[in-house]
Ligand binder design. Structure first.
Ligand SMILES: CC(C)(COP(=O)(O)OP(=O)(O)OC[C@H]1O[C@@H](n2cnc3c(N)ncnc32)[C@H](O)[C@@H]1OP(=O)(O)O)[C@@H](O)C(=O)NCCC(=O)NCCS
Length: 434
């Protein structure tokens, strides 16, 4: 029964460069084994030519506990940061993408819609909406200069993109100012020309100009060197459509009607006092979240402005609910998800898969299982086809019980210019990147 979800995962868990398809059983050793296998399978000239030059944990240093935790390289004086952009191949030029402009936002949207992350079998491609992009790229204190595009000089067509947004991220007991890097995308026709390293260097340079020296990012591919490797799980809300489009398969000895029954959810949420988050809840939610996230080794250090931006509901972008005690009116629990549809490639009947992604959840009084079940009920009512969650924070033990099935890809978390001595277990991570 549980394996009716076992076929292609959604985009973002792209295991293309991951030769080891089996999910890890024991986290640290599996990453080390993976890293060794990757190393061994590559001839010298095929190693990570770019990443080996960067201040990131290197595979050869895995398990070397004599190396200090923290920044790998110290900051340089700002006057020594390169003032001019890196050189691009002759036919291309840098552009700063003004995401406030409808025209530019549409160009970015089109580039990503046609060229961003696909699953291993090229059946689905992420389809971030324009409203989502505006939300993701304009948090408090964002820098326009970190929304970087590349255009063809003659046609002015946007052909590549990379972004950073500022974030305070706590690593163990230290709160570090970082940038979260996202939306790295090179047009399909320009792949394998080493454009990505130039883009990464350029965003790094612009981040340095703001006196920030660390970054956090995730990828489906293995690079030097993940701080954690996580897995996506999927909970069918509309099993018939998911099976029709090839997202999941009918389990052995299952019929469609039994499958539909298996995934059926109640019409109404079950927790008394469960309601949508509102602006006046920001202080209480911030307190709840800060307290809750303090138990994880890597987590965002959210203040009220961050919570207002990242968690106040925005239609079709982010949904947040909380539990207000009917007696005391205290806010005791919180759950949220963001909306990231995928284009269904080459299906006659359906063009879009509507997916909800579990975001931040906090339970103090309501069991997390019940809270997440209410989130599933809301998502179903809002016509999402699938609810996705990573095995991070306290999610893992609940996923099976809530009828999630494991996806077939992994998501690796990385830090730039910050060493953590030990690989983290997913349950030690309290950070969700979009
Ligand atoms: C990811 C993408 C921009 C890479 O561009 P490319 O043309 O395939 O690769 P390039 O020749 O420009 O650069 C290769 C270098 O980039 C690195 N690279 C590839 N994907 C990367 C990623 N997601 N994050 C960071 N570095 C990455 C490679 O490891 C390689 O460096 P190395 O030699 O040190 O290993 C491109 O494949 C793409 O747009 N894919 C679809 C969207 C996507 O997957 N985006 C990343 C989301 S995490």
């Amino acid at each position: 029964m549980a394996d009716s979800n076992s076929s292609p995962g959604s985009p973002g868990e792209n295991p293309k460069s991951n030769p080891d398809a089996n999910p890890p059983s024991e986290n640290e050793s599996s990453i080390e084994t993976l890293a060794r296998k990757v190393q061994e399978s590559l001839s010298i000239e095929k190693k990570h030519k770019f990443w080996e030059t960067q201040p990131v944990g290197q595979f050869k240093d895995l398990g070397d506990s004599s190396l200090p935790e923290g920044p790998i390289e110290p900051p340089t004086p700002l006057s020594e940061v390169k003032q001019e952009p890196y050189n691009l191949p002759n036919l291309y030029e840098w552009t700063t993408c003004d995401i406030d402009s409808d025209e530019t936002c549409t160009e970015v949207y089109n580039l990503l819609t046609n060229n961003y992350v696909e699953d291993d079998e090229n059946m689905f491609r992420f389809n971030y909406s324009k409203e989502f992009l505006r939300w993701a790229l304009r948090p408090p204190g964002y820098f326009k200069s970190w929304h970087i595009g590349v255009r063809a000089k003659v046609s002015k067509k946007l052909v590549a993109f990379i972004t950073g947004v500022p974030a305070k991220i706590r690593v163990c007991d230290e709160v570090v100012k970082m940038t979260e890097i996202n939306f790295l995308c090179v047009h399909k026709k320009l792949r394998s020309k080493r454009l990505a390293p130039v883009m990464i260097k350029e965003v790094t340079r612009r981040v340095h100009l703001e006196n920030i020296w660390q970054a956090a990012y995730t990828a489906g591919v293995v690079l030097p060197t993940p701080i954690a490797t996580c897995q996506y799980w999927h909970r069918s809300l509309n099993p018939k459509k998911l099976i029709d489009v090839g997202f999941s398969r009918l389990g052995p000895r299952m019929t469609m009607s039994r499958t539909i029954k298996l995934y059926k959810l109640p019409e109404k949420t079950l927790t008394p006092g469960f309601r949508k988050m509102e602006l006046h809840d920001v202080p209480a939610v911030t307190r709840l979240l800060r307290d809750y996230l303090s138990q994880f080794l890597v987590a965002p250090d959210f203040d009220e402005d961050d919570v207002e931006h990242w968690l106040l509901p925005t239609e079709n972008v982010v949904d947040s609910y909380l539990v207000e005690s009917p007696e005391t009116h205290e806010i005791t629990d919180f759950c949220s998800f963001y909306t990231l549809p995928s284009t269904i490639l080459g299906n006659q009947n359906y063009s879009t898969l509507k997916a909800a992604y579990s975001y931040y959840n906090v339970s103090t009084k309501t069991p997390l299982l019940q809270l997440m079940n209410d989130a599933l009920i809301v998502a179903k009512r809002k016509d999402y086809d699938v609810f996705n969650a990573l095995d991070i924070m306290q999610n893992e033990p609940l996923l099976k019980e809530l009828k999630f099935g494991p996806g077939d890809g992994q998501l690796h978390y990385y830090l730039y210019n910050y060493r953590i001595r030990h690989t983290l277990k997913p349950s030690e991570l309290g950070l969700v990147l979009l």
